[in-house]
Design a protein around this ligand. Sequence first.
Ligand SMILES: *[C@@H]1O[C@H](CO)[C@@H](O)[C@H](O)[C@H]1NC(C)=O
Ligand SMILES: *[C@@H]1O[C@H](CO)[C@@H](O)[C@H](O)[C@H]1NC(C)=O
Ligand SMILES: *[C@@H]1O[C@H](CO)[C@@H](O)[C@H](O)[C@H]1NC(C)=O
Ligand SMILES: [Zn+2]
Length: 277
Amino acid sequence: MRFSHVTEALLALTIHPSLVYGWGALGHTTVAYIASSLVAPSTQIYFQTLLNNNTDAYLAGVATWADSFRYTSAGRWSAPLHFIDAEDNPPVSCGVVYSRDCPIKGCVIGAIGNYTRRILDNEVSHYEKYIAAKFLVHFIGDIHQPLHDENLDIGGNGISVNFTGIPTNLHAIWDTNMPEKLVGSYSYAAAAKWAATLTAAIKTGAYKAETKAWLQGMDLNDPISSALTWASEANAFVCTTVMPQGVNAVRGQELSGAYYTAAVPVIQLQVARAGYR
Ligand SMILES: *[C@@H]1O[C@H](CO)[C@@H](O)[C@H](O)[C@H]1NC(C)=O
Ligand SMILES: *[C@@H]1O[C@H](CO)[C@@H](O)[C@H](O)[C@H]1NC(C)=O
Ligand SMILES: *[C@@H]1O[C@H](CO)[C@@H](O)[C@H](O)[C@H]1NC(C)=O
Ligand SMILES: [Zn+2]
């Protein structure tokens, strides 16, 4: 989502909840619950200690922090880190090019690289690692939302659509309306329940056979290239599922019917992948 300074100023005046969150709180919290149920015991203890929370919600409890922080004056600098504005041309061609699409002020790929390195760096203080962990849990969620890897119409924020008769925009329905139609409105319990379903699919169900492929291109020593792989994969859905017939086929349309049905498998897959990774 690219915001010019003027647009940002306007947005600050009219803060719209759908612009505040990446995946909505439901998606982010679900990603965190999936991750916390899959990590190795030693990793769990490391993050429970770092985040000072020894409950099952140690990651879920920090998953949306970055979205509150970006709207504080102290956290304003971090707003560009939630997305990357791929300058591609959907639905004809999709693609993320790090050197082209990540500006000096930063992007989600650079941020995942930075905060992964900081967690692994012995020179970084305990407090800074704590901040890094909170950012990472969130940004790994964001990068899996296809419209967080797309420049067109501010990542779809500028594309008006209806959902269940209510006027909103394309970005917002991917963040929030479609996940909530699928599992119910946001609560820790709803997120934990959705996470349990997706975790079962990962461990023994429909996703089991493909989880190995989900780790392809992943390298802790090269987190930028890992994150670029994830951004490219999510961005490809902009051409195939988010607007396969172009913007004009979705603008002004009611999308809670066939469009929603086609989007659900992609939403489930992307939330599962984010949690697994
Ligand atoms: C852990 O995090 C959860 C979710 O934010 C919170 O409800 C709980 O009180 C926290 N527990 C501790 C011991 O901090
Ligand atoms: C990495 O993160 C730190 C802490 O948020 C920040 O001060 C620094 O500018 C970041 N570096 C890069 C290259 O993004
Ligand atoms: C979208 O919603 C508005 C307001 O409820 C309504 O007037 C309009 O007819 C709807 N458009 C479609 C395509 O459903
Ligand atoms: Zn975000």
